[in-house]
Design a protein around this ligand. Structure first.
Ligand SMILES: [Zn+2]
Ligand SMILES: [Zn+2]
Length: 348
């Protein structure tokens, strides 16, 4: 497709706001790509990191580039090697674009591909009218999933992946951290048959929402001894699994000690510095298994999250934020920075 489009551009390798432009060339697709007419794209913490030009961005990003990756839209053009996507398909996109040839890709672990490319980071993304992406990095949307909802697959998928990793059916589970990803994890635990879901956070309002989204019991971990409370609920044993969404050292340690011996701690939240733990007493003597999850399993997490979204516990309005035109992105960013909760959605 020829012509120009509007979009946001990170123009320089330095801290600074994106620039809204209307003279960007529509991306030209390769033989394995599709061109997507973007319906809407959610703002992610990563976009703010790119704007602020943090260390993560400095190591990966080559301006000028178009950010934005939590997106949904319609395919308007397909490359000549693409046979399982067609014009008119409604899709969302997997940000982690695997190489398909490394050891991990060949062993069913493409989500941790060693040569991974990142849509909206190492590649141009979706804060624009159109975006191109490899066809096998698109996820077909069921008719009953709205574009706005579809933008949540990518960001909330990490929470669902954490729940998959904890293998929660029939188990007692602690979810630590009740922001949008933690709330999604709480709903996923209930959807996939956890026997008891305990949620904790430092903010009472978030705990109220966690109850609405399926938590059986909630604790403000700043106002109680979480480990003791969890033990009271589990015959003194501890939960079968804990899922940390916070990435905060003290919370991770409280979750670790809330897990029973031979239980599992799944770490989803990214710590910004090293976390200390008592490995001898909390881990080794108790044979606790600790694991991390990175992004989403492709495509297991996506199909599982679709089940969570359609299940009885998920409350979309609790994770959605406000909506803006793409050119008004600075208003969306101002709302995020002022602490207004929920995913902000931009429309080109
Ligand atoms: Zn994101
Ligand atoms: Zn690979």
């Amino acid at each position: 497709m020829k012509g120009t489009m509007c979009g946001l551009v990170k123009e320089e390798a330095a801290p600074g706001k994106f620039v809204y432009r209307t003279d960007l060339p529509i991306p030209q697709i390769g033989d394995d790509d599709v061109l997507i007419k973007i319906h809407c794209t959610a703002v992610c913490g990563t976009d703010l990191h790119i704007m602020d030009w943090d260390k993560w961005s400095q190591a990966r990003i080559h301006p000028p580039m178009i950010p934005g990756h939590e997106t949904a839209g319609d395919i308007v053009e397909v490359g000549k090697n693409v046979h399982d996507r067609k014009v008119g398909d409604r899709v969302s996109c997997e940000t982690h674009i695997p190489c398909g040839t490394c050891w991990f890709c060949k062993n069913g672990l493409s989500h941790i591909c060693r040569n991974v490319k990142l849509f909206g980071a190492t590649e141009d993304g979706a804060f624009a009218e159109y975006a191109k992406i490899r066809a096998d990095s698109t996820f077909l949307l069921d008719d009953d999933i709205a574009y706005e909802t579809a933008c949540l697959f990518e960001p909330m998928g990490a929470g669902v992946h954490g729940v998959e990793s904890a293998d929660v059916a029939g188990k007692t589970v602690l979810v630590s951290g009740c922001g949008p990803i933690g709330l999604t994890a709480v709903s996923a635990c209930k959807t996939f048959g956890a026997k008891l879901v305990i949620a904790c956070d430092l903010v009472d309002e978030r705990l109220e929402t966690a109850k609405e989204m399926g938590a059986d019991v909630v604790f403000n971990s700043g106002k109680c001894d979480l480990v003791e409370e969890v033990k009271k609920l589990t015959d003194g044993v501890g939960v079968d699994a804990a899922i940390d969404i916070t990435g905060a050292g003290p919370a991770i340690n409280a979750s670790l000690r809330s897990v029973r011996a031979a239980g599992k701690l799944v770490c989803v939240g990214l710590p910004t510095k090293n976390v200390e733990m008592d490995m001898a007493n909390d881990l080794i003597y108790r044979e606790v298994e600790v694991t991390g999850v990175s992004g989403r399993k492709i495509w297991e997490t996506w199909t599982d999250f679709a089940k969570v979204m359609k299940g009885p516990y998920y409350k979309l309005d609790k994770v959605m934020g406000n909506r803006f035109a793409l050119k008004d992105f600075e208003q969306a960013i101002a709302q995020i920075e002022s602490g207004i909760p929920g995913k902000m959605i931009l429309y080109p």
